[in-house]
Design a protein around this ligand. Structure first.
Ligand code: C2E
Ligand code: MG
Ligand code: MG
Length: 712
């Protein structure tokens, strides 16, 4: 019995085969690059779409054959063949999704796949309820299986070759490959059909003469629909992917800008103190290895304050720019010039031969100032006071060298300026002072001269205050209230910071609990933790014990760390932060924007909040560059689900601006400076009375014995 093929349906089946191939190629490249958690989803969905596609191609191909008798199909067997198609597709995608594959493995995969496709084809044929059963011409049968295997090999090989990006070339290559693969799949099918032999007097059980044309169109339409949906999903997914890639690039850009800003002076574009310390340490390390010498020149302008006052800020800035550009001309390639403060510059000259060499350099610097500076059409005369220290004679550490050069610079100033002085130990009154300070600080710890003052952290949208930062002060018997900037650096150098830090931690927890007991609405207290303290091995134990002793819920403690503290040993930090955050303690990054400013890196840590340094807030309203930075920090932090707080907010305009950017909290004199615990409590009481809020009053009357688990 012979049949004939309906050419339209044959064409439809080939079209479906090509579309299946195209979808499969795209799926394979997607699976290979998808994030791990989406791989399974793509594999399952992709296997279904491909399976339906291949199976319909096959079915349409069978319907394209019209025999003199009507055909009927066994539904269970037909479904089995569909299942086989889906399994084979899943298998193919799984192989194609591997990162690398050897030719041998590809060949093995191709054999299994080819046999699978053949199994699907022949189980599909087996679903025809025809008697006597169909027989096959052995040579053609084997040929069809070989075609299936070879086509599978070609397909897998193409999977691996063509899964790069999405440029038009790859698009074209994929289209061509789909044509080849589609032809191969159809080729296998029709070879298989040619292999089949129907007995002359065959008949089908329960066959009715339904129009096979309509059924074929229905199945074809369904299959193409499934493939189309798959392609749309793929394209949408690729779009999302490229969006997140763009995000990452923007993040990198902003980081680079932040880093530059953090390490350079914006007026003169010279390195700032941060970068200076880094360069000086490098120069020292280099000199140490080669037994070389390094000179540090601190250069301060004479009468700058007076000039600045008479010329105005703008004039002062212009002068500094001119000075910077003249100083640059005295430099050798390996020297570093930095601006470290208002009118103070520091020059590092490495690989100097000796004092005579440095003297020549200092003379060149003085000579730079002989010609007057022409600023705002006025001739300005100024001169430098220079202090010089040298490694290794005057110190072995960067900070020490700068301090000593500074002392020498004061000496130059004292003798009238316009000159340079080499450091001598007799100038080191500084060392004496430090020793006194250190002893005083030890005494302060014992005598209880340290106190914590509290500055509110305010919710930008509601104005509510639900947390506060504890800032240390030293009530010195003679000097009065000493700010932390005057003793924390020394405490860090001498290691006293560990004891001080622990005291701060315990005292802040105690105070937070005391306020609660006194009936104040629960307040989260933030403490500043220095890098050394954070590095301590038993930190988590100490924090736990402070909380337990005070009877404070961990959610009411916040720890502020600087980026450098966290980044120093990232792996160890991550472990400690994980543990703290598991207890329920909140963690913020303080002074963000002045250090590494690497959000990309920080996203690995379990953080709650970023605090934008007040240096960026100061001119945020007037300076577009600062505004852009603040904007970028807020947007990026939010995309990483971090809250953002701005410090140093002093005016309504600054607050308004921050509000427009969606900043979450602020801190600053605009609300209040840091005040004593008593004044803080008083302030909170006034707030509550001033704005009558029934709920707040309720909660004041019914003070829970144990604070609720989470504070807002
Ligand atoms: P910080 O953590 O960045 O603290 C913010 C500083 O900005 C505080 O200075 C605060 O008084 C000041 N400030 C607040 N609002 C404004 C404002 O509107 N305008 C301006 N110009 N400044 C404002 P403070 O108290 O002198 O603290 C200086 C630094 O000392 C702190 O910087 C922190 O790094 C360190 N520090 C303070 N207490 C401790 C402590 O207990 N332990 C450690 N390790 N460091 C501490
Ligand atoms: Mg702080
Ligand atoms: Mg800060």
């Amino acid at each position: 019995m012979n049949g004939s093929y309906n050419p339209w349906l044959v064409a439809l089946s080939v079209l479906v085969a090509v579309c299946v191939s195209y979808t499969a190629l795209n799926l394979a490249s997607r699976v290979a690059t998808a994030q791990r958690r989406y791989v399974r989803m793509w594999l399952a969905g992709g296997a279904f779409a491909m399976g339906v596609g291949i199976w319909s191609m096959h079915f349409i191909g069978m319907l394209a054959l019209s025999l003199p008798i009507a055909l009927s199909y066994s539904i269970p067997k037909t479904l089995v063949s569909l299942l086989v198609a889906i399994l084979v597709s899943g298998f193919a995608l799984a192989i194609a999704s591997q990162r690398h594959s050897s030719l041998v493995r590809l060949a093995g995969g191709a054999v299994i796949m080819g046999l699978g496709i053949a199994a699907m084809h022949y189980s599909g044929m087996g679903a025809i309820r025809i008697l006597p059963v169909i027989t096959y011409e052995p040579v053609l049968l084997v040929t069809s299986v070989i075609i299936a295997i070879v086509a599978s090999f070609a397909a897998l090989w193409l999977f691996f070759r063509l899964r790069g990006g999405a440029s038009w070339r790859i698009l074209l290559q994929r289209m061509l490959a789909s044509l080849v693969m589609g032809a191969a799949i159809s080729g296998m099918h029709y070879t298989g059909m040619f292999a089949s032999r129907f007995a002359p007097d065959s008949y089908c059980i329960g066959a009715t003469a339904t129009s096979s044309g309509w059924l074929a169109l229905l199945i074809g339409g369904f299959a193409l629909g499934v493939l189309l949906i798959t392609m749309i999903l793929l394209m949408y997914d690729a779009h999302l992917d490229s969006r997140s890639r763009q995000h990452a690039v923007a993040l990198e850009d902003a980081n680079a800008r932040l880093r530059h800003l953090a390490t350079h002076d914006s007026l003169t574009e010279l390195p700032n103190r941060l970068l200076l310390d880094d360069r000086l340490s490098q120069a020292i390390a280099y000199a140490e290895r080669r037994q070389g010498k390094v000179a540090v020149l601190v250069i301060d302008l004479d009468r700058f304050k007076m000039i600045n006052d008479s010329l105005g800020h703008h004039g002062g800035d212009e002068l500094l720019k001119e000075v910077a550009s003249r100083l640059r001309t005295t430099l050798r390639k390996s020297d570093t010039l930095a601006r470290t403060g208002g009118d103070e510059f520091v020059l590092i000259a490495d690989e100097v031969a000796g004092q005579a060499d440095v003297e020549l350099l200092a003379q060149r610097v003085v000579a730079c100032f002989v010609k007057p500076f022409h600023i705002l059409s006025v001739d300005i005369h100024t001169a430098p006071s220079i202090g010089i220290s040298m490694y290794p004679n005057d110190g072995s550490k960067a900070e020490e060298l700068v301090v000593h050069a500074d002392a020498a610079m004061y000496h130059s100033k004292k003798v009238g300026g316009g000159t340079f002085t080499f450091f001598t130990p007799s100038m080191n009154a500084f060392a004496q002072q430090r020793l006194e300070l250190e002893n005083g600080l030890r005494r302060a710890l014992v005598n209880g001269e340290l106190e914590l003052h509290y500055q509110p952290k305010v919710d930008v949208t509601t104005g509510r205050i639900s947390s506060t930062e504890a800032l240390i002060r030293w009530r010195h018997p003679e000097r009065g209230l000493v700010p932390p900037g005057d003793f924390i650096p020394l405490a860090e150098e001498t290691g006293l910071i560990l004891q001080i830090g622990e005291w701060v931690l315990r005292e802040a927890c105690r105070q937070a609990r005391q306020w609660q007991v006194n009936g104040m609405a629960p307040m989260r207290v933030a403490i500043n933790m220095s890098a050394q303290q954070f590095k301590q091995k038993n930190l988590v134990t100490v924090v736990r014990s402070a909380l337990d002793n005070a009877g404070l819920e961990p959610g009411y403690l916040e720890i502020e760390l600087t980026e450098s503290a966290v980044m120093h040993n990232a792996a160890a930090s991550a472990a400690i932060l994980e543990e703290l955050s598991r207890i329920g303690v909140h963690i913020s990054i303080d002074d963000f924007g002045t250090g590494y400013s690497s959000l990309n890196y920080l996203r690995r840590f379990p953080l709650d909040k970023l605090k934008i340094d007040r240096a960026f807030i100061k001119d945020v309203v007037a300076n577009p560059e600062d505004a852009a930075i603040v904007h970028a920090i807020i947007a990026m932090a939010h995309s990483l689900r971090l809250k953002v707080i701005a410090e140093g907010v002093e005016t309504e305009q600054q607050l308004e601006f921050l509000r427009s950017l969606g900043c979450d909290q602020y801190q600053g004199f605009f609300c209040s400076p840091a005040v004593t615990p008593e004044n803080f409590a008083e302030m909170m009481r006034e707030k509550q009375v001033g704005k009558f809020d029934p709920l707040a009053t309720m909660s004041r009357l019914y003070v829970p014995l144990k604070a609720p688990k989470t504070a807002t």
